[in-house]
Design a protein around this ligand. Sequence first.
Ligand code: BES
Ligand code: MN
Ligand code: MN
Length: 457
Amino acid sequence: MQAWSDYQNEHKDRFLQELFELLRIPSISANSSYNGDTARCAEAVKQSLLNAGCDDVEVCATAGHPIVFGQKIIDPALPTVLTYGHYDVQPADPLELWTSGPFEPVVVDGKIYARGACDDKGQMFMHVKALEIMSKTGTLACNLKFIIEGEEEVGSTNLGKFLEENVDRLKADIVLVSDTSMISMEHPSIETGLRGLAYMEVEVTGPNRDLHSGVYGGAVANPITILSQMIASLHDENNHITVEGFYGDVVDLTDDERSALNTAPFDLQEYKDELGVKNDWGEKGYTALERTGVRPTLELNGIWGGYIGEGAKTVLPSKANAKISMRLVPNQNSHKIAELFTAHFNKIAPDCVTVKVTEHHGGEPVVTPTNSIAYKAAEKAIATTFGKDPIPTRGGGSIPIIALFERILGLKTVLMGFGLDNDNIHSPNEKYDVVNFYKGIETIPHFHKNFAEMSRG
Ligand code: BES
Ligand code: MN
Ligand code: MN
């Protein structure tokens, strides 16, 4: 629409500057020394929603970081789109690997570099600017509600409760989220599923104190060795996960579904080159797209124990630890998997050590329909602004709250993400292409218009 592109062109530099303001706030949810910044960021999001045309916006306190709720109701008879996003970000370390400050956004070669540029401030803010465009050009087609939370990166611990306590206030027809990626600008795509997550921490204890490795070594089990052996046994020679019952609830894809998934443009050599690996790795019998999209996995996220300081220390440590997470696919349940893992890990522990297994936050997998009005509205919006129909794909990441939107609010979600897999989210030098930022802003009003029109039938 002409009015939309005119407005966007006229204000596009300001849109970017406003995003930079948000990116300058280190709203790291995992680290409580940044609590002042997360609170400040919630206020900044509130202000941006008010400026963009929301009628009322509230920063809702929780037991953790605040949730920003805003709405613009133009006509109760029109459909309502509930936009979800998060203003919290992952920690920025290791800082020395950034080429510019993680909270000092810059544009280099057409890419915005900053923590949160893509995940999710840059993507969330596109919806705020789309609201501004629709509101200032008098073209709002749907009612809008916003939930912008500050705890996504730490498991959305308090958002479930917020949903339960605000069922009426959150009434809507669809949830719209930009917090996922597409294949490329040439091959736009829509993720139609997210994996679930079960996150565990294990501690292996050998002797009751650190020992001299010469005096005792050889006669007492070293917990690092034992933990390493236990970890190594979690995958078999085909890279199948050995946790008993792990695959029990996995529904295999039909041959048709598998071949459809594998028609997505994907170049394995390019993938390997880009990551600097000679070869790929994974569960035997599956392609890389299947391994990251529709198969469950088990990853070591961290491992520590013993002496890691300067020089050498001959110690036989008392403890060794690891953080282990499993990505889950439809029909698997995070709590059940956590139980299976705990039972398995206890069972494989030799009696020369004791093990303790604890469960961190988790989330359930989701599949989103492709035959719904909302999906078709997104498909048409992208076809309009990219000049190409988007391909449905399965995403490997997790957004635990999406399953709860369905369970608590009865709402389906459309994952209309504009990031790219190599945007370095959670890594140093996170980036978001300026083109993607603008393209997202351009596409969202089309979604609203299509959704309203298609809902009328
Ligand atoms: N936006 C990501 C999830 C994502 C990224 C989905 C790319 C699809 C494609 C989200 O912020 C995230 O990082 N989620 C965490 C889970 C959370 C419980 C910490 C994840 O996937 O590890
Ligand atoms: Mn995210
Ligand atoms: Mn993230």
